[in-house]
Write a protein that binds this ligand. Sequence first.
Ligand code: TXA
Ligand code: MG
Length: 341
Amino acid sequence: MTEPRATLRLTAQDAPQAARLLAQGGLVAFPTETVYGLGANGLDPAAVDGIFAAKGRPQDNPLILHVPGPDHLARYCHPIPAAAYDLARRFWPGPLTIILPRRPLVPDAVTAGLDTVGMRCPDHPVALAILELCQLPVAAPSANTSGRPSPTTAQAVWEDMAGKIDAVVDGGPCAVGVESTILDLTVSPPRLLRPGGVTLEALREVLGPVEVDEAVVRLMSTDEKPRAPGMKYRHYAPKAPVTVVRGDPADTARYIARHLAPGVGVICFENYVNLFPRCPLRSLGPAGDLPEQARRLFEALRWFDSQDVTAIYAQSPADGGLGLAVTNRLNKAAGFHIIDL
Ligand code: TXA
Ligand code: MG
């Protein structure tokens, strides 16, 4: 057991202190545009081990490295295909993680022994300030306890991490709300391992053909080996079982209304809240507003853990554009328990 730590609450002005703590081997949660990350010096295996301990993360699940710009890629990766720079030019800083061959200086503690490493340049002023100041590749998974929904506010980080890490930097709520898109550039054609804020359509505009990994769209069994090891774990899941209802929004809302029973919670679009007057309910925002749905989803899933519900029904958006990321997280929360209307 590790001793409880005094966890500091820092603000955007404290980026220099956050950078110092990281350089000294500390664990610092910081905001990004996607979700809050739990950072450590990615060249310090002992510091990186601390991330796994604080999260209760399985050791076989690799971490991604955060850098302040594309000019840092060659320090940690080799060889780098031209496509990596094409993508970085178009989407960085932004919600895209690129899997590349690693250089030997990247420790096994980061990559879980893989010969590849995920690289990301986050689009958040506080994250970029910290990365510029410390001049280190910062290993950072989402700052949640393993298995819980990723935190999109400093308060959600605090719930999971207070007493386990050195500091939480509060940069307000995250603008995207779901984790970065992960693209594997070590295979041909490139393969989408996790959908996120950079859409599949936008990647195909730059790269041409991009394959979608099976783990994005279906439940992986425990003996299968997905290419993003993290995709096999039950994720984002509230304690109550979730059922996703897919189809035209007016139909899925009516379907859920017909199946209500005491103790059933609802995740629905703003347009339909009136159908569920007495239910524990979280709205995802308007049916047509995917960015708002992405921003609200994880807080909605977290909120249900504070409620006395036995089951949760959720309306699902369509899976085009950012909808692929929203539906992926929702379907994973439901263990891919989906009703198609
Ligand atoms: O938006 C994000 O990406 C956030 C913020 C903090 O940057 N980070 C994040 O990290 O979501 P994490 O660790 O929660 O998710 C990273 C995913 C995991 O599913 C992991 O298995 C996969 O990336 N991954 C990491 N390195 C990999 C590699 N070399 N090959 C394949 N998948 C990898
Ligand atoms: Mg995570």
